[in-house]
Design a protein around this ligand. Structure first.
Ligand code: PAN
Ligand code: ZN
Length: 186
């Protein structure tokens, strides 16, 4: 029997290797407007890496019925009191859900429904999170090591970053006296 490798997951680091993998990286400069404390952001090196993303896309983006598989490695850090985090998005096709599964590190999955109600699920190695449709999702690294997680989502979900860029989430996860605290935004 011939075994054809198309993609390998390193379950220690979350890294993907193989074919059909799309890669991206986000530095602080590319996340301008996402963090609350603009002054604190301006004092940091804009080229500092915040996270890297890999996506295994065996079918074209937009294909109905297909699935993508992704890996995100989020660095530890703070912008003022706010943990390093992903930009966050709704899916462009709002009813599309997703799974996240934590490989390494500690984090918070911040979820916001269309009525702007926010809740948090805590991430630790092995924790697996079902993100329902109609729910914006963003991850913050609350630990002092890299936070690595895997994701699986429909290939026709698409990403709506604009709504978050315009209106943000209705709460921010801040480090207050060393502890993560969800703070509602005016
Ligand atoms: C994930 C995210 C990834 C990076 O694969 O795309 O963690 O976060 P942003 O896309 O918000 O920058 C996912 O949710 N895909 O749908
Ligand atoms: Zn998503």
């Amino acid at each position: 029997m011939q075994i054809e490798d198309t993609m390998l997951v390193d379950f220690l680091t979350g890294a993907l290797t193989g074919t059909a993998i799309v890669e991206g990286a986000r530095d602080l400069a590319s996340l301008k407007g996402i963090f609350g404390d603009e002054e604190a952001l301006a004092a940091l090196d804009p080229s500092r890496l915040v996270y890297r993303v890999q996506a295994f896309q065996p079918v074209d983006e937009g294909t109905e019925g297909g699935l993508f598989w992704g890996s995100t490695v989020l660095e530890p850090g703070l912008v003022g009191d706010e943990y390093f985090m992903t930009q966050g998005h709704f899916h462009a096709k709002r009813n599309r859900g997703e799974y996240y599964s934590t490989v390494a590190g500690f984090g918070a999955l911040i979820l916001m429904d269309e009525a702007r109600n926010v809740r948090v699920e805590w991430m630790r190695p092995g924790s697996t999170h079902y993100i329902p449709g109609y729910t914006a999702h963003r991850v913050a690294n609350i630990g002092d090591q890299q936070l690595s997680f895997l994701a699986c989502w429909p290939s026709d979900a698409g990403h709506d970053y604009r709504t978050i860029a315009l209106h943000g989430f209705s709460a921010r996860l801040l480090c207050i006296e060393g502890q993560p605290k969800l703070v509602p935004q005016p």
